[in-house]
Write a protein that binds this ligand. Structure first.
Ligand code: SF4
Length: 468
């Protein structure tokens, strides 16, 4: 019998989590660890490992094939390009302190697509191989150029079998014509709603009148287009609100999901907010927040999730959860989605757009007129996996985790820092520690929320295997 390599990590004093390379896991103790590393497994150990897919008899037998299938399912292969983030203008009618992209004033000139750029964008859309497309309009405030949004949407509806659109808007000033545009079934709204209304006013709207206007627009959008409105908060690490306040802000609008995100390090906001060396404080906050959500869900009619924790939980339970672009392995950029900026430049990601604008490193991939140039990002892509990282290969969370080279470049100016010293690794180690702690919890409230966030009716004992 051959046992797949097992990696392990302490959970409590004498308990450890063991994981194999395909994401199979179980909890055991130091006695088992001693037997495993000394090659003196008992018949009971061997039966457990074989029955649970951590061992096989011959290469090619059912257990071996099942293992390789699960291993392959954990890897992300980029699809044909089918997702475009379009920035038709950099102008904005707000000046939020968190702003990442060096927005310009509403009346500034020369920061919108011109006619030629629009024509080139439509021709580029036409050149794509895909039949389905998702187009996200970002800015600046994209509703300031409703004419461009209309032109793209009309063209895409005609060109693709299926086209979906997301408008990332601050919902500050929405004209009748814009409401009419947003009313289409194929169009969703993504907006910003800070952790509390007071923080939203302090960092974004800056006056009671503007705050009321935004809240009125948000309520109108949610009422008119239920299930097509999402909101994202941004957190200042030095002014973290009580988790309960955030949960109440979001539940008051009927949202079911809250995505905890600290101020982004890649963008201009890092000049005003602390964004480096924050993982200790942030990890503690995420833990307190998830525990507060569990307590809230135990009594709530409409339970909520924290998006990223739930996403990590689902990645632990099963391979193939690769929908979120920030956590994939390999994390190949510039393939299945691209950003086209206000000046027609291509970027692999929105973060790459920010890093380039800061002058830190040029991650542009050519432009809409001269064509795509993958030479720089493909150098990065050669390293965009954790499979051969000298630290990740020893980490039990490797199969669930990923890489974010643009974050590494932006924080450290290099991509080869020992992994455990990166913000990415420190955040993910903490979140996967919490995932396993809660999967193995006996608390009925924890189990109810874990089941809900995993999309299950209850936590099956098979999801929390223990071997002694
Ligand atoms: S980045 Fe850190 S948590 Fe993720 S697999 Fe590598 S060592 Fe583990």
């Amino acid at each position: 019998m051959t046992v797949m390599p097992l990696k392990f990590r302490s959970t409590t004093a004498r308990e450890l989590i063991f994981c194999d390379d395909a994401g199979g896991y179980f909890r055991s103790d130091e006695e088992f660890l001693e037997r495993y590393i000394n090659g003196v497994l008992t018949p009971t150990d061997q039966t457990f490992l074989r029955t649970n897919g951590h061992a096989f008899s011959n290469a090619g037998d059912l257990a071996y094939n099942a293992f390789t299938y699960r291993w392959a399912k954990r890897l992300h292969a980029p699809a044909d390009l089918n997702y475009a983030i379009l920035v038709p203008t950099l102008r904005c009618n707000l000046a939020c302190s968190y702003c990442q992209v060096s927005r310009v004033n509403e009346n500034a000139r020369g920061h919108d697509w011109d006619d030629e750029t629009l024509k080139s964008v439509l021709a580029w859309l036409d050149s794509l191989k895909t039949d389905t497309i998702k187009i996200e309009f970002q800015g600046g405030e994209p509703l300031l150029r409703l004419d461009l949004l209309k032109a793209v949407r009309t063209y895409a509806r005609d060109r693709f079998k299926k086209a979906e659109f997301v408008v990332c808007t601050n919902l500050q000033e929405v004209t009748d014509e814009a409401w009419e545009f947003l009313a289409s079934e194929d169009t969703s709204i993504s907006t910003s709603l800070d952790p509390t209304i007071e923080l939203h006013e302090r960092h974004r709207t800056c006056s009671g009148k503007s705050t009321s206007q935004f809240l009125e627009n948000l309520r109108h959008a949610i009422g008119a287009f239920p299930d097509r409105v999402s909101a994202l908060p941004t957190f200042d690490i030095d002014a973290l609100p009580a988790p309960r306040d955030v949960i109440e802000t979001y539940s008051a609008f009927g949202f079911r999901s809250i995505y905890l995100r600290p101020v982004n390090h890649q963008g201009f906001a890092r000049k005003r907010f602390r964004t480096q060396d924050i993982s200790f404080v942030w990890n503690d906050y995420v833990r307190r927040f998830v525990m507060a959500l569990i307590e809230y869900n135990a009594r709530a009619d409409v339970p909520l999730e924290e998006f990223y924790f739930s996403h990590c939980l689902r990645r632990v339970l099963r391979g193939g959860h690769d929908g979120h672009v920030d956590l994939r392995n390999p994390n190949i950029v510039g393939r299945s989605y691209l950003v086209i900026d206000h000046d027609g430049a291509f970027y692999p990601t929105d973060e790459a757009r920010m890093v380039t604008r800061l002058g830190q490193i040029d991650l542009r991939m050519g432009d809409i007129k001269s064509g795509l140039d993958r030479s720089i990002v493909d150098v990065l892509n050669a390293e965009a996996t954790n499979l051969f990282d000298p630290d990740c290969v020893h980490c039990p969370y490797q199969a669930f985790c990923g890489v974010d080279l643009i974050d590494d470049l932006s924080r450290y100016g290099r991509i080869d820092l020992p992994r455990h010293r990166t913000d990415f690794c420190q955040r993910h180690t903490a979140i996967f520690d919490l995932v396993f702690e809660l999967i193995y919890s006996d608390d009925p409230n924890v189990r109810a929320s874990i089941a809900l966030w995993s999309g299950l009716n209850s936590v099956d004992p098979e999801l929390a295997k223990v071997h002694r």
